[in-house]
Write a protein that binds this ligand. Structure first.
Ligand code: ASP
Ligand code: MG
Length: 453
């Protein structure tokens, strides 16, 4: 069994949806995971925000616009009149649900239900397309098997029981179509896996069914060695280890949701990144194989806040770190980077929703300074500490860039440092000197599908 996930641009219009239908394996059972069409999740979130701020007319107008977009897609998607009609009815019914939620007193639970519609729409239309093409396709609703526990982690036991049951109830199908991103929470209410979460859905499914491969289809030829939006002459990497890919995904290479690697690594399932716009390209294979030593890729993660915590006792006494981390733990805020000196700690976070509470709690025993608009630049590869020269090469390139923090040695796969976001593009461009000059004939990407991560 293979799992294939197609992102928002890959299902972004009727033509793209038809292309996806030609990319499915013919001789192996396949689970197809789809995102919402590009821009739709953002649109649905906007509707919920308008509704929350009482702007009902604007919310209804936006709802109509999204409905029109889907109706237009359905008109172009199907060959036969019968299917066009079915498609339109299906769309109108789902949008009626939004309208009735908007009109009958709007609540937080309604928001999650509305945001979930993006994937339900793309999957419903795609399943109809496969049926019209007389393929042996079955629809497996994510809300009947995908579930997170009270900590927001996948409830693997529940997912396995229910997904397998649903697959078995459709023994004649060879293509199973399901929604990415959406799930139920521990109380059974509609929820989601966070922005860009469809990749994670595919990885969880791959884990549960012991897939031979999880393919993530997007609009670029795999993971590039640097960010093609800012740097010219980047090139796709053919091979990454799970560890390298996890570091890259976490520290900014926006091509893959950071949580995607773990479920696949646990079962040794290769994750292959492929390009819908250039399907014959090999893409990037992520597996346990550790290929060449050395520097492989550079990525940047924006929106970082640095917190400098200076012990008021002028010493990092025993227990100080524990006290600091207990606070981050209490406010459920992950720390990305950390450096220490004799009297102070600098660390970074990207989720600032609890920043005031954290700063208040820390300032009871330390002097706290906060700096926003920082960027983590992460250099990924395989460079164990016993290897000479890599660190020197990296910082030699960055001579002109002021560096705020450096982290090295935690993992042999990652050297990262913090710069003011203002210097990000310069740093990425300077670091491109680390790679052999390659010339590519044409850019093989359009508008990289990354804005949601
Ligand atoms: N549609 C969701 C989002 O835009 C999930 C995904 O695309 O992976 O975040
Ligand atoms: Mg994505």
């Amino acid at each position: 069994m293979k799992v294939l996930k197609f992102g928002g641009t890959s299902v972004g219009n009727a033509e793209r949806l038809r292309t996806v239908s030609t990319l499915l394996p013919e001789n192996e059972p396949t689970i197809v995971v789809l995102s919402a069409m590009a821009g739709i999740t953002n649109g649905l979130i906007e509707i919920t925000e308008l509704a929350q701020s009482g702007k009902m007319l604007d919310a209804i107008e936006k709802t109509k616009a999204l409905e029109d977009k889907h109706i237009k897609t359905a008109e172009e998607l199907f060959e036969t009149k019968m299917y066009r009609k079915r498609g339109e009815e299906f769309i109108s019914n789902l949008f009626l649900r939004i309208l009735s939620r908007l009109i009958d007193g709007f609540s937080q639970a309604d928001s999650r239900n509305i945001v979930a519609l993006g994937e339900q729409l793309s999957v419903g239309l795609f399943h109809m397309l496969l049926t019209e093409q007389r393929k042996k396709a079955a629809y497996i609703p994510a809300l009947e098997y995908m579930r997170v526990d009270k900590d927001g982690e996948p409830d693997y036991f529940y997912i396995e029981q229910n997904l397998k049951r649903l697959l078995h109830t459709n023994p004649f199908a060879s293509i199973y179509v399901t929604e990415g991103f959406i799930c139920r929470d521990a109380n059974g209410l509609v929820d989601n896996l966070g922005r860009g979460g469809s990749d994670f859905t595919a990885a969880i499914i791959g884990h549960v069914v012991n897939a031979t491969e999880v393919q993530i289809w997007t609009d670029i030829d795999g993971v590039h060695n640097n960010d093609p939006r800012y740097v010219t002459n980047t090139f796709p990497l053919r091979q990454l280890s799970y560890d390298e890919a996890a570091e890259l995904a976490y520290f900014g290479a926006k091509i893959l949701h950071p949580q995607t690697i773990q479920p696949c690594r646990a079962k040794g399932i290769p994750v292959v990144l492929k390009n819908t716009l250039n399907p014959t390209d090999k893409g990037t294979v992520i597996s346990s194989v550790q290929s060449l030593r050395g520097i492989k890729a550079v990525a940047a993660k924006d929106g970082i806040t640095a917190i400098n915590i200076k012990s008021s006792r002028m010493l990092l006494a025993y227990g100080f770190l524990q006290k600091v981390f207990e606070i981050f733990n209490t406010y459920k805020t992950p720390v990305d980077m950390i450096t220490t000196s004799e009297v102070s700690i600098s660390l970074t976070i990207d989720n600032t929703s609890q920043l005031n509470e954290i700063a208040n709690a820390l300032s009871r025993f330390a002097h706290v300074e906060v700096e926003r608009n920082q960027t983590i630049i992460c250099v990924v590869g395989d460079f164990p500490a016993s290897y000479k020269g890599y660190v020197a090469m990296i910082f030699e390139c960055l001579r002109e860039v002021p560096i705020r923090m450096i982290s090295y040695g935690g993992s042999p796969n990652n050297i990262s440092f913090l710069v003011d976001s203002h210097y990000k593009v310069q740093a990425l461009r300077m670091l491109q000197q680390l790679f052999p000059a390659v010339t590519i004939d044409k850019p093989r990407y359009q508008n990289i599908e990354t804005d949601t991560l």
